[in-house]
Design a protein around this ligand. Structure first.
Ligand code: SF4
Ligand code: SF4
Length: 713
């Protein structure tokens, strides 16, 4: 009788689970195709990712926040729970099959391996139980930020603990009822004092039929918890058990992108405003989130009290799928009044007074409702969230796609950003200074720097992409002049596009104005191709990223390097000799678009190390892949920051705390934002913010650096 009841139960539970999973897959299939990046190529690399990040749980073990990292706290308990669960699943499969066919066991793998497997499962069950105890302690006592003790978390942890407890209860009471020396069936493989279950049975002593009943109850409880857990997973935070593996498998292996090339002929392709405008991968991100809160803990917007928590943004995507997606699927099978009712919930109904248009009831819109405009505008696209995400969720891209909808479909954006777009449209620079002034930075009362244009030096090895900050911002012009002096000192053959250069398009694309971005990108690509440009050097990491990773989609394929990489190369090749000591200690602020988006952390540091007289580089606490944004990326440079504390001030305070005399940067946005932060802190006397090129120019020998030394920063 027991096998029959069990089999029916199993069929019902797995049937329900399969139905739920098929619904989840149907939601995904409503998503748009992904192109680019490719998701189904380079399978060996993809499988290696699964091995490292899913099975190995590499990122999960890392500290969940800056604070935790400082205190040496990791999340290894999750790793052990996961590994334990994988191993215990083998025992679970055996248990389920044996429930249907009682004579089944995995003993066919051989006596020694089978006994070893049983021993591992027994010990892993104890480890998992201890780790669950720690997880309860962590949520209830340590209370990490954004990881509360919710009903959902309590249920999940409770069920896992229940599975472990019933594992021991079943085995121990079964042994004890039969007597540990007289056991038959699969349990006889555990007849060994090394087994915890055996030791427990010894402690229990002989108990006869009563113990047998307890063992039976434990077995059924174990099975019921297991099947309930299976069916609860898709509705709980543990949906990531289903979503994490495919999300890691289909992760982006190409250059990271912050925006999607849109077909502007198609109004339905104006960004993401509705659920079905997300790609299937963006939807899958929703299933994969483990709710570890790493993304929010490392987010500069969240850490300065802006209304943006990347973790909650991903939850909003998931909840939209679960609620609106479920209703839309249901709609296909409904008719009559019931159908109208569901339609009303989805779209809302016109207000009864016949007033303003738009839904008066029903679900709020996805973008602009569930996900608020101010949430989207708070992002600096720094990429800290996706960098730390253990399951490779791509938050910034989703945010920019939603901004694109706001700008292109709704014409809704902060007024300052709208003005910036107007400046870009009229003069192709965010400052709005006349486009005919783009070469003014290189001219001066003494005849200027003699910066050759592509017409004047058609065979130049490098195109120096000056960028709008280098051409129009007074502070950054000094850094650009320093770079030119350094290039000349090293006899680098270079030229600029001059008035043919337009804004690279970074502020437009990150700000959601894909239309403007495409125009600017195409104009620059056409100009560069016309002049047969092969190598590009940019001192702005935003221009560098855009030209390197986003121009190829517009026919612009060049070898693109950042000026820190060129400076490092020139120093290594001894084309630049730095002799003048700079008796000051440095700190270095990582640029998000150079570091996280393009993985360049070493070149700027090597350049600084080559400067004579430095008393050493003082590293910031939040550095490299965990560097804290200056607050200027993602178009934020052009928007007011009215909520919370300023991102640049947060970063500047950390820089000032090092006691360094020079804060070296490798990005014009960082230079402007950190300089502003220093002024705001009244610390201009304590520290100087210098671009790498300015540092190098100061260290050039007489005749190179001194004679042509840039104006003091
Ligand atoms: S990209 Fe940066 S600012 Fe935007 S959500 Fe991620 S961490 Fe926050
Ligand atoms: S999005 Fe990634 S980092 Fe953020 S909570 Fe989810 S799994 Fe953790």
């Amino acid at each position: 009788m027991k096998p029959v009841i069990f089999t029916l139960l199993l069929i019902a539970a797995f049937g329900m689970f399969a139905r739920t999973v098929s619904r989840l897959v149907r939601f995904l299939l409503r998503g748009r195709p992904e192109a680019p990046p490719a998701r189904m190529d380079r399978w060996p690399e993809r499988l290696a990712s699964v091995a490292i990040y899913f099975l190995g749980q590499k990122k999960v073990a890392e500290p969940p926040s800056y604070t935790a990292a400082r205190r040496g706290i990791t999340s290894r308990h999750h790793q052990w729970i996961f590994w334990g669960f994988l191993l215990i699943t083998i025992g679970t499969v055996e248990l389920l099959v044996a429930g249907v066919a009682p004579s089944f066991s995995l003993a066919f793998i051989g006596e020694t391996p089978y006994r070893a497997l049983k021993l591992l499962i027994d010990w892993m069950s104890l480890i998992v139980l201890l780790m669950i105890g720690y997880a309860f302690f962590r949520r209830l006592v340590l209370k990490p930020r954004l990881i509360p003790m919710s009903l959902d978390a309590g249920l999940i942890l409770g069920m896992i603990a229940g599975l472990m407890v019933t594992h021991f209860a079943y085995h121990a009471f079964h042994f004890a009822s039969a007597g540990t020396q007289d056991i038959a069936g699969p349990l006889r493989w555990m007849d060994d004092r090394w087994f915890i279950s055996y030791q427990l049975a010894e402690a229990l002593g002989g108990g006869g039929a009563g113990y047998h009943t307890v063992a039976d109850v434990a077995w059924w409880t174990h099975v019921l918890i297991l099947l309930a857990f299976l069916n609860y997973i898709p509705f709980s935070k543990h949906i990531h058990l289903l979503g994490a593996l495919p999300n890691i498998l289909f992760r982006n292996l190409d250059a990271r992108i912050v925006g999607t090339k849109r077909n502007l002929e198609d109004e339905n392709d104006y960004g993401v405003g509705k659920l079905e405008q997300l790609t299937w991968k963006q939807m899958l991100d929703g299933y994969a989130c483990t709710e570890c809160a790493r993304c929010s803990n490392y987010c500069p917007a969240f850490n300065t009290d802006k209304p943006l928590s990347p973790m909650h943004l991903i939850h909003d995507i998931k909840h939209e799928m679960m609620e609106r997606g479920a209703l839309e699927l249901k709609l296909a099978h409904l008719e009559g009044e019931r159908k109208e009712e569901v339609q009303k919930r989805l779209l809302g109904s016109p207000p009864e007074d016949g007033g303003a248009e738009g839904p008066a009831s029903g679900m709020e819109p996805f973008v602009g409702g569930r996900i608020k405009d101010e949430t989207l505008w708070a992002c600096t696209t720094c990429g800290a969230c996706q960098e730390v995400c253990p399951v490779f969720i791509e938050h910034p891209r989703a945010i920019v796609d939603m901004r694109t909808h706001l700008v292109l479909s709704e014409s809704r954006m902060p007024a300052e950003l709208s003005r910036t777009f107007t400046n870009l449209e009229r003069n192709s620079n965010p400052w709005g200074i006349g486009a005919d002034q783009r070469m003014a930075w290189a001219q001066g009362p003494d005849g200027g720097l003699e910066v050759p244009t592509v017409e004047e030096n058609p065979g130049a090895e490098y195109l120096l992409f000056v960028g709008c900050a280098g051409a129009f911002d007074d502070r950054i012009k000094k850094a650009m002049k320093a770079l030119v002096q350094v290039l000349k000192a090293a006899k680098v053959s270079f030229a600029v596009l001059g008035e043919q250069e337009q804004c690279s398009g970074d502020p437009a694309r990150r700000g959601g104005n894909e239309y403007l971005f495409q125009m600017q990108a195409q104009a620059n690509v056409d100009a560069m191709n016309e002049h047969k440009v092969r190598k590009v050097v940019a001192s702005c990491p935003h221009c560098f990223h855009t030209i390197k990773n986003e121009y190829p989609a517009f026919g612009g394929k060049y070898e693109v390097i950042h000026h820190s990489q060129l400076l490092e190369h020139l120093i290594t090749e001894k084309r630049l000799t730095l002799t003048e000591p700079l008796a000051a200690n440095f700190t270095y602020h990582d640029s998000c678009y150079l570091g996280r988006w393009n993985s360049e952390y070493e070149a700027p540091r090597r350049v600084l190390e080559a400067v004579p007289g430095s008393t050493g580089l003082i590293e910031l606490g939040r550095k490299r892949e965990h560097g804290f944004c200056c607050g200027g990326g993602g178009g934020r440079m052009w928007m007011e920051e009215k909520i919370g504390t300023r991102v640049n001030r947060n970063r500047t305070d950390e820089i000032l705390a090092t006691g360094a005399k020079i804060a070296a940067v490798a990005c014009p946005y960082c230079a402007i934002m950190i300089t502003d932060g220093v002024k705001d802190a009244g610390a201009e006397e304590r520290i100087e913010v210098l671009d790498l090129a300015e540092v190098v120019a100061r260290a050039l020998p007489d005749g190179h650096g001194k004679a042509k030394r840039p104006e003091s920063a």
